[in-house]
Design a protein around this ligand. Structure first.
Ligand code: S3P
Length: 430
Protein backbone atom coordinates (compact mmCIF):
# COMPACT_ATOMS: atom_id res chain seq x y z
CA UNK A 1 0.00 0.00 0.00
CA UNK A 2 1.46 3.45 -0.85
CA UNK A 3 2.26 5.46 2.28
CA UNK A 4 0.19 8.56 2.96
CA UNK A 5 1.85 11.92 2.21
CA UNK A 6 3.21 13.39 5.43
CA UNK A 7 4.28 16.82 6.66
CA UNK A 8 6.87 17.41 9.41
CA UNK A 9 5.91 19.97 12.03
CA UNK A 10 8.67 21.61 14.01
CA UNK A 11 8.05 22.95 17.53
CA UNK A 12 7.09 26.64 17.49
CA UNK A 13 7.43 29.33 20.14
CA UNK A 14 4.67 31.52 18.74
CA UNK A 15 2.68 32.38 15.62
CA UNK A 16 2.18 35.82 14.15
CA UNK A 17 0.88 37.46 11.00
CA UNK A 18 -1.98 39.05 9.12
CA UNK A 19 -3.80 36.88 6.69
CA UNK A 20 -6.96 36.09 4.80
CA UNK A 21 -8.45 32.64 4.53
CA UNK A 22 -10.15 30.98 1.52
CA UNK A 23 -13.84 31.52 0.79
CA UNK A 24 -16.41 29.87 3.05
CA UNK A 25 -17.16 26.29 2.05
CA UNK A 26 -20.70 26.14 3.47
CA UNK A 27 -21.72 29.39 1.79
CA UNK A 28 -20.10 28.49 -1.55
CA UNK A 29 -22.04 25.20 -1.79
CA UNK A 30 -25.30 27.04 -1.19
CA UNK A 31 -24.66 29.90 -3.61
CA UNK A 32 -23.70 27.46 -6.37
CA UNK A 33 -26.81 25.32 -5.86
CA UNK A 34 -29.20 28.23 -5.48
CA UNK A 35 -27.71 30.17 -8.43
CA UNK A 36 -28.15 27.02 -10.54
CA UNK A 37 -31.90 27.16 -9.80
CA UNK A 38 -32.24 30.85 -10.70
CA UNK A 39 -32.98 32.41 -14.07
CA UNK A 40 -29.89 33.98 -15.62
CA UNK A 41 -26.15 34.38 -15.04
CA UNK A 42 -24.75 34.56 -11.51
CA UNK A 43 -21.17 35.32 -10.49
CA UNK A 44 -19.75 34.03 -7.21
CA UNK A 45 -16.47 35.63 -6.18
CA UNK A 46 -13.94 34.37 -3.62
CA UNK A 47 -15.37 30.91 -4.28
CA UNK A 48 -14.11 28.21 -1.88
CA UNK A 49 -11.11 26.50 -3.52
CA UNK A 50 -11.38 23.11 -1.78
CA UNK A 51 -12.34 19.79 -3.34
CA UNK A 52 -15.75 19.72 -1.58
CA UNK A 53 -17.17 22.75 -3.39
CA UNK A 54 -15.65 21.44 -6.58
CA UNK A 55 -17.79 18.32 -6.10
CA UNK A 56 -20.90 20.50 -6.01
CA UNK A 57 -19.85 22.30 -9.20
CA UNK A 58 -19.13 19.08 -11.07
CA UNK A 59 -22.51 17.61 -10.07
CA UNK A 60 -24.21 20.77 -11.35
CA UNK A 61 -22.22 20.65 -14.61
CA UNK A 62 -23.30 17.01 -15.10
CA UNK A 63 -26.92 18.19 -14.65
CA UNK A 64 -26.49 20.54 -17.61
CA UNK A 65 -25.79 23.81 -15.75
CA UNK A 66 -23.20 25.90 -17.68
CA UNK A 67 -20.33 26.72 -15.30
CA UNK A 68 -17.05 28.55 -15.78
CA UNK A 69 -14.36 28.70 -13.13
CA UNK A 70 -11.72 31.42 -13.20
CA UNK A 71 -8.99 30.11 -10.93
CA UNK A 72 -6.93 33.33 -11.06
CA UNK A 73 -9.76 35.49 -9.68
CA UNK A 74 -11.27 32.58 -7.70
CA UNK A 75 -14.67 33.28 -9.21
CA UNK A 76 -17.34 31.00 -10.60
CA UNK A 77 -19.88 32.06 -13.20
CA UNK A 78 -22.91 29.90 -13.76
CA UNK A 79 -26.01 30.29 -15.82
CA UNK A 80 -29.22 29.14 -14.18
CA UNK A 81 -32.17 28.41 -16.40
CA UNK A 82 -34.58 27.45 -13.65
CA UNK A 83 -34.99 24.17 -11.82
CA UNK A 84 -36.94 22.56 -14.68
CA UNK A 85 -34.00 22.83 -17.06
CA UNK A 86 -31.75 20.50 -15.10
CA UNK A 87 -31.10 17.44 -17.27
CA UNK A 88 -30.77 13.77 -16.42
CA UNK A 89 -27.00 13.17 -16.13
CA UNK A 90 -25.19 10.58 -18.25
CA UNK A 91 -23.95 8.64 -15.19
CA UNK A 92 -23.84 8.77 -11.39
CA UNK A 93 -23.14 12.10 -9.72
CA UNK A 94 -20.04 11.99 -7.52
CA UNK A 95 -20.20 14.00 -4.28
CA UNK A 96 -16.63 12.95 -3.37
CA UNK A 97 -16.01 13.53 0.34
CA UNK A 98 -18.73 16.15 0.69
CA UNK A 99 -21.71 15.47 2.96
CA UNK A 100 -23.12 18.91 2.18
CA UNK A 101 -23.13 18.15 -1.56
CA UNK A 102 -24.79 14.78 -1.12
CA UNK A 103 -27.48 15.84 1.35
CA UNK A 104 -28.43 19.13 -0.30
CA UNK A 105 -28.37 17.59 -3.80
CA UNK A 106 -30.67 14.81 -2.59
CA UNK A 107 -33.22 17.45 -1.54
CA UNK A 108 -33.11 19.08 -4.95
CA UNK A 109 -33.05 15.89 -7.02
CA UNK A 110 -36.01 14.38 -5.15
CA UNK A 111 -38.29 16.77 -7.08
CA UNK A 112 -36.74 16.32 -10.57
CA UNK A 113 -38.59 14.17 -13.13
CA UNK A 114 -35.72 11.70 -13.60
CA UNK A 115 -33.73 9.02 -11.78
CA UNK A 116 -30.19 9.73 -10.67
CA UNK A 117 -27.61 8.00 -8.48
CA UNK A 118 -25.41 9.93 -6.07
CA UNK A 119 -22.13 8.32 -5.07
CA UNK A 120 -19.36 9.37 -2.69
CA UNK A 121 -15.90 8.29 -1.53
CA UNK A 122 -15.31 5.64 1.12
CA UNK A 123 -15.86 8.07 4.01
CA UNK A 124 -19.03 9.61 2.60
CA UNK A 125 -20.42 6.14 1.82
CA UNK A 126 -20.34 5.38 5.55
CA UNK A 127 -22.11 8.53 6.70
CA UNK A 128 -25.79 8.48 7.72
CA UNK A 129 -28.24 9.44 4.97
CA UNK A 130 -31.51 8.30 6.60
CA UNK A 131 -31.71 11.70 8.23
CA UNK A 132 -32.46 13.21 4.78
CA UNK A 133 -34.17 10.19 3.25
CA UNK A 134 -36.89 10.08 5.92
CA UNK A 135 -38.25 13.63 5.57
CA UNK A 136 -37.90 13.57 1.78
CA UNK A 137 -39.80 10.27 1.66
CA UNK A 138 -42.55 11.86 3.75
CA UNK A 139 -42.70 14.59 1.10
CA UNK A 140 -43.35 11.93 -1.57
CA UNK A 141 -39.73 11.33 -2.62
CA UNK A 142 -38.46 7.88 -3.59
CA UNK A 143 -34.88 7.25 -2.54
CA UNK A 144 -33.03 3.93 -2.41
CA UNK A 145 -29.93 3.34 -0.33
CA UNK A 146 -28.07 0.40 1.19
CA UNK A 147 -28.75 0.37 4.90
CA UNK A 148 -29.18 4.15 4.94
CA UNK A 149 -25.90 4.83 3.16
CA UNK A 150 -24.77 6.03 -0.27
CA UNK A 151 -24.96 5.24 -3.13
CA UNK A 152 -28.38 6.89 -3.14
CA UNK A 153 -30.67 6.33 -6.11
CA UNK A 154 -33.25 9.07 -6.30
CA UNK A 155 -36.36 8.50 -8.39
CA UNK A 156 -37.47 12.10 -8.61
CA UNK A 157 -41.12 13.11 -8.83
CA UNK A 158 -43.76 15.48 -7.45
CA UNK A 159 -43.36 16.41 -3.78
CA UNK A 160 -45.71 17.92 -1.21
CA UNK A 161 -44.83 20.14 1.73
CA UNK A 162 -44.50 18.79 5.28
CA UNK A 163 -43.86 20.07 8.79
CA UNK A 164 -40.64 18.45 9.95
CA UNK A 165 -38.85 18.49 13.29
CA UNK A 166 -35.50 16.67 13.00
CA UNK A 167 -34.07 15.03 16.16
CA UNK A 168 -30.49 15.97 15.29
CA UNK A 169 -29.44 19.61 14.88
CA UNK A 170 -28.11 19.56 11.29
CA UNK A 171 -27.90 22.42 8.81
CA UNK A 172 -27.45 19.93 6.00
CA UNK A 173 -30.71 18.17 6.82
CA UNK A 174 -32.58 21.45 7.32
CA UNK A 175 -31.25 22.72 4.00
CA UNK A 176 -32.09 19.53 2.07
CA UNK A 177 -35.71 19.74 3.24
CA UNK A 178 -36.05 23.48 2.60
CA UNK A 179 -34.55 23.16 -0.91
CA UNK A 180 -36.95 20.30 -1.64
CA UNK A 181 -39.75 22.47 -0.25
CA UNK A 182 -39.09 25.13 -2.89
CA UNK A 183 -40.20 22.56 -5.47
CA UNK A 184 -43.03 20.95 -3.51
CA UNK A 185 -46.76 21.69 -3.42
CA UNK A 186 -47.77 23.90 -0.49
CA UNK A 187 -45.58 24.95 2.40
CA UNK A 188 -42.67 23.16 4.03
CA UNK A 189 -41.64 23.89 7.61
CA UNK A 190 -38.54 22.79 9.49
CA UNK A 191 -38.33 23.26 13.26
CA UNK A 192 -34.81 22.62 14.51
CA UNK A 193 -33.98 21.22 17.96
CA UNK A 194 -31.22 23.87 18.22
CA UNK A 195 -30.00 26.70 16.01
CA UNK A 196 -27.64 25.47 13.29
CA UNK A 197 -25.84 27.56 10.66
CA UNK A 198 -28.42 29.58 8.74
CA UNK A 199 -26.56 30.21 5.48
CA UNK A 200 -29.29 28.55 3.39
CA UNK A 201 -31.94 30.86 4.82
CA UNK A 202 -29.78 33.96 4.19
CA UNK A 203 -28.85 32.76 0.68
CA UNK A 204 -32.46 32.12 -0.28
CA UNK A 205 -33.37 35.70 0.66
CA UNK A 206 -30.36 36.99 -1.32
CA UNK A 207 -31.46 35.09 -4.43
CA UNK A 208 -34.99 36.54 -4.20
CA UNK A 209 -36.98 33.83 -2.40
CA UNK A 210 -39.55 34.62 0.25
CA UNK A 211 -39.06 32.61 3.45
CA UNK A 212 -40.32 32.99 6.98
CA UNK A 213 -38.00 32.46 9.93
CA UNK A 214 -39.56 32.53 13.39
CA UNK A 215 -37.25 31.35 16.14
CA UNK A 216 -36.15 27.83 15.25
CA UNK A 217 -38.90 27.39 12.64
CA UNK A 218 -38.36 28.14 8.95
CA UNK A 219 -41.08 27.95 6.30
CA UNK A 220 -40.84 28.07 2.52
CA UNK A 221 -43.62 27.99 -0.06
CA UNK A 222 -43.28 25.81 -3.14
CA UNK A 223 -43.38 27.12 -6.70
CA UNK A 224 -41.13 30.18 -6.25
CA UNK A 225 -38.42 31.20 -8.69
CA UNK A 226 -35.09 32.71 -7.76
CA UNK A 227 -33.15 35.59 -9.32
CA UNK A 228 -29.55 35.47 -10.54
CA UNK A 229 -27.03 37.43 -8.43
CA UNK A 230 -23.43 38.62 -8.21
CA UNK A 231 -22.21 37.79 -4.73
CA UNK A 232 -18.91 37.58 -2.93
CA UNK A 233 -18.14 34.92 -0.37
CA UNK A 234 -16.49 35.80 2.98
CA UNK A 235 -13.40 34.02 4.32
CA UNK A 236 -14.21 30.71 5.97
CA UNK A 237 -14.44 31.05 9.76
CA UNK A 238 -13.82 27.30 10.13
CA UNK A 239 -10.50 27.61 8.26
CA UNK A 240 -9.58 30.73 10.25
CA UNK A 241 -10.26 28.71 13.42
CA UNK A 242 -6.95 26.83 13.18
CA UNK A 243 -4.91 30.05 13.16
CA UNK A 244 -7.04 31.65 15.89
CA UNK A 245 -6.49 28.61 18.10
CA UNK A 246 -2.75 28.58 17.39
CA UNK A 247 -2.58 32.23 18.43
CA UNK A 248 -4.56 31.58 21.63
CA UNK A 249 -2.46 28.53 22.52
CA UNK A 250 1.06 29.94 22.07
CA UNK A 251 1.81 32.82 24.50
CA UNK A 252 3.27 35.87 22.75
CA UNK A 253 1.35 35.19 19.55
CA UNK A 254 -0.77 37.59 17.53
CA UNK A 255 -2.85 36.63 14.49
CA UNK A 256 -5.09 38.99 12.52
CA UNK A 257 -7.52 37.60 9.96
CA UNK A 258 -9.31 40.01 7.63
CA UNK A 259 -12.55 39.64 5.68
CA UNK A 260 -13.71 36.54 7.47
CA UNK A 261 -17.35 35.50 7.87
CA UNK A 262 -18.88 36.44 11.23
CA UNK A 263 -22.29 34.82 10.94
CA UNK A 264 -23.27 34.37 14.62
CA UNK A 265 -24.39 30.77 14.01
CA UNK A 266 -20.74 29.92 13.27
CA UNK A 267 -18.63 31.93 15.71
CA UNK A 268 -19.05 30.06 19.02
CA UNK A 269 -15.27 29.49 19.04
CA UNK A 270 -14.59 33.16 19.85
CA UNK A 271 -16.24 32.86 23.24
CA UNK A 272 -14.30 29.65 23.92
CA UNK A 273 -11.01 31.41 23.16
CA UNK A 274 -11.89 34.21 25.58
CA UNK A 275 -12.82 31.72 28.30
CA UNK A 276 -9.49 30.00 27.73
CA UNK A 277 -7.71 33.28 28.42
CA UNK A 278 -7.00 34.81 24.99
CA UNK A 279 -7.57 38.44 24.04
CA UNK A 280 -10.02 38.44 21.12
CA UNK A 281 -11.00 41.57 19.18
CA UNK A 282 -13.67 41.42 16.51
CA UNK A 283 -14.39 44.33 14.16
CA UNK A 284 -17.39 43.82 11.95
CA UNK A 285 -16.68 45.81 8.78
CA UNK A 286 -19.75 45.16 6.64
CA UNK A 287 -22.30 42.59 5.53
CA UNK A 288 -22.78 41.26 2.03
CA UNK A 289 -25.69 39.13 0.92
CA UNK A 290 -26.87 39.11 4.52
CA UNK A 291 -23.60 37.59 5.78
CA UNK A 292 -21.65 39.76 8.26
CA UNK A 293 -17.87 39.84 7.87
CA UNK A 294 -14.89 41.57 9.40
CA UNK A 295 -11.51 41.25 11.09
CA UNK A 296 -10.57 39.05 14.04
CA UNK A 297 -7.43 39.55 16.14
CA UNK A 298 -6.35 36.96 18.71
CA UNK A 299 -3.47 37.39 21.14
CA UNK A 300 -2.34 34.81 23.68
CA UNK A 301 -2.11 35.63 27.34
CA UNK A 302 -2.32 32.46 29.35
CA UNK A 303 -3.60 28.88 29.33
CA UNK A 304 -6.96 28.28 30.92
CA UNK A 305 -9.49 25.54 31.25
CA UNK A 306 -12.70 25.34 29.22
CA UNK A 307 -15.68 23.05 29.34
CA UNK A 308 -17.81 22.95 26.19
CA UNK A 309 -21.46 22.38 27.10
CA UNK A 310 -23.78 20.36 24.84
CA UNK A 311 -25.88 23.42 23.91
CA UNK A 312 -22.79 25.18 22.51
CA UNK A 313 -21.94 22.33 20.15
CA UNK A 314 -24.03 23.25 17.06
CA UNK A 315 -22.37 26.70 16.98
CA UNK A 316 -18.86 25.26 16.92
CA UNK A 317 -19.26 21.73 15.57
CA UNK A 318 -16.56 22.09 12.89
CA UNK A 319 -14.21 23.93 15.27
CA UNK A 320 -14.05 21.16 17.88
CA UNK A 321 -10.94 19.55 16.34
CA UNK A 322 -9.18 22.93 16.47
CA UNK A 323 -10.45 23.52 20.03
CA UNK A 324 -8.83 20.23 21.07
CA UNK A 325 -5.48 21.57 19.85
CA UNK A 326 -5.88 24.59 22.14
CA UNK A 327 -5.08 22.42 25.18
CA UNK A 328 -2.14 20.58 23.58
CA UNK A 329 0.01 23.58 24.56
CA UNK A 330 -1.17 23.72 28.20
CA UNK A 331 -4.50 24.04 29.96
CA UNK A 332 -7.53 21.83 29.56
CA UNK A 333 -10.46 21.35 27.15
CA UNK A 334 -13.40 19.10 28.03
CA UNK A 335 -16.20 18.53 25.48
CA UNK A 336 -19.54 16.77 25.99
CA UNK A 337 -22.70 16.54 23.88
CA UNK A 338 -20.78 16.17 20.62
CA UNK A 339 -21.75 12.64 19.56
CA UNK A 340 -22.30 14.00 16.02
CA UNK A 341 -18.51 14.16 15.68
CA UNK A 342 -18.57 10.38 15.30
CA UNK A 343 -20.35 10.66 11.92
CA UNK A 344 -18.26 13.37 10.29
CA UNK A 345 -15.56 12.80 7.63
CA UNK A 346 -14.07 10.34 10.14
CA UNK A 347 -15.12 9.33 13.66
CA UNK A 348 -13.62 12.58 14.90
CA UNK A 349 -13.67 11.62 18.59
CA UNK A 350 -11.71 8.40 17.98
CA UNK A 351 -9.38 9.90 15.35
CA UNK A 352 -8.66 12.92 17.53
CA UNK A 353 -7.91 10.99 20.72
CA UNK A 354 -5.74 8.41 18.91
CA UNK A 355 -3.82 11.14 17.08
CA UNK A 356 -3.29 13.33 20.15
CA UNK A 357 -2.01 10.36 22.17
CA UNK A 358 0.36 9.51 19.30
CA UNK A 359 1.73 13.07 19.61
CA UNK A 360 2.35 12.46 23.32
CA UNK A 361 -0.63 14.52 24.54
CA UNK A 362 -2.93 13.40 27.38
CA UNK A 363 -6.35 12.68 25.77
CA UNK A 364 -9.48 10.90 27.08
CA UNK A 365 -12.32 9.61 24.93
CA UNK A 366 -16.01 9.78 25.96
CA UNK A 367 -19.01 8.47 24.02
CA UNK A 368 -20.04 12.07 23.31
CA UNK A 369 -16.79 14.01 23.50
CA UNK A 370 -13.23 14.12 24.75
CA UNK A 371 -10.85 15.77 27.19
CA UNK A 372 -7.40 17.10 26.31
CA UNK A 373 -4.99 18.10 29.08
CA UNK A 374 -1.73 19.82 28.26
CA UNK A 375 1.19 19.28 30.64
CA UNK A 376 4.68 20.32 29.63
CA UNK A 377 5.67 20.17 25.97
CA UNK A 378 4.58 16.75 24.62
CA UNK A 379 7.15 14.36 23.17
CA UNK A 380 5.88 14.73 19.60
CA UNK A 381 5.20 11.75 17.35
CA UNK A 382 3.22 10.79 14.25
CA UNK A 383 -0.56 11.32 13.98
CA UNK A 384 -2.68 10.04 11.09
CA UNK A 385 -5.48 12.20 9.69
CA UNK A 386 -7.49 9.17 8.45
CA UNK A 387 -8.56 11.08 5.34
CA UNK A 388 -10.17 13.86 7.40
CA UNK A 389 -9.13 17.43 6.55
CA UNK A 390 -9.92 18.93 9.93
CA UNK A 391 -7.96 16.19 11.72
CA UNK A 392 -4.84 16.94 9.65
CA UNK A 393 -5.08 20.64 10.53
CA UNK A 394 -5.82 20.03 14.24
CA UNK A 395 -2.82 17.69 14.55
CA UNK A 396 -0.60 20.29 12.90
CA UNK A 397 -1.60 22.98 15.42
CA UNK A 398 -1.23 20.55 18.34
CA UNK A 399 2.18 19.38 17.08
CA UNK A 400 3.55 22.95 17.30
CA UNK A 401 3.65 22.31 21.08
CA UNK A 402 6.01 19.32 20.78
CA UNK A 403 9.49 19.21 22.29
CA UNK A 404 10.62 17.51 19.07
CA UNK A 405 9.41 17.48 15.44
CA UNK A 406 6.19 15.54 14.71
CA UNK A 407 4.64 14.12 11.57
CA UNK A 408 1.10 14.55 10.27
CA UNK A 409 0.35 11.59 8.02
CA UNK A 410 -2.36 11.92 5.41
CA UNK A 411 -1.55 15.62 5.15
CA UNK A 412 -3.08 15.87 1.66
CA UNK A 413 -6.57 15.70 3.24
CA UNK A 414 -6.44 19.49 3.67
CA UNK A 415 -7.39 19.93 -0.02
CA UNK A 416 -11.01 19.27 0.99
CA UNK A 417 -11.38 22.72 2.57
CA UNK A 418 -8.02 24.51 2.70
CA UNK A 419 -5.58 23.73 -0.12
CA UNK A 420 -3.01 26.37 1.00
CA UNK A 421 -2.98 25.35 4.67
CA UNK A 422 0.61 24.03 4.85
CA UNK A 423 2.10 27.07 3.09
CA UNK A 424 0.28 29.44 5.46
CA UNK A 425 1.43 27.45 8.49
CA UNK A 426 5.03 27.82 7.39
CA UNK A 427 4.56 31.57 6.96
CA UNK A 428 3.21 32.28 10.47
CA UNK A 429 5.39 30.16 12.76
CA UNK A 430 8.34 31.58 14.62
C1 S3P B 1 -22.45 21.96 7.17
C2 S3P B 1 -23.13 21.58 8.31
C3 S3P B 1 -22.53 20.79 9.37
C4 S3P B 1 -21.00 20.84 9.30
C5 S3P B 1 -20.51 20.59 7.92
C6 S3P B 1 -21.04 21.65 6.97
C7 S3P B 1 -23.18 22.72 6.14
O1 S3P B 1 -22.94 19.44 9.24
O2 S3P B 1 -20.45 19.91 10.22
O3 S3P B 1 -19.10 20.62 7.90
O4 S3P B 1 -22.54 23.30 5.25
O5 S3P B 1 -24.40 22.75 6.21
P1 S3P B 1 -24.36 18.94 9.83
O6 S3P B 1 -25.40 19.68 9.19
O7 S3P B 1 -24.41 17.48 9.47
O8 S3P B 1 -24.25 19.16 11.30
Amino acid sequence: MPSAPAVTINPARRVSGRLEVPGDKSIAHRYALIAALADGPSRLTNFAPGADCHSTLSCLAALGVPIEEDLASRSVSLVGRGFHHWRSPAGPLDAGNSGTTMRMMTGLLAAQPFTVTLIGDESLSQRPMRRVMEPLTRMGGRIEATDGHAPLTIHGGPLHGIAFAPDVPSAQVKSAVLLAGLHADGSTTVTEPAQTRDHTERALVTFGYRIDVTGLTTTVQGGQRGMARQVSIPGDFSSAAFWLVAAAALPGSRIEIADVGLNPTRTGLLDVLRRFGARVTVTETHAEAGEPRGTIVVEADRHGSVQIAPDEVPGLIDELPAIAALAAHGGEVVVHGARELRVKESDRIATLVTGFRALGIDADEYPDGFAIRGGGPPSGGAAHARGDHRMAMAFAIAALAGSAPSRVEGSDAVIISYPGFWETLERIVA
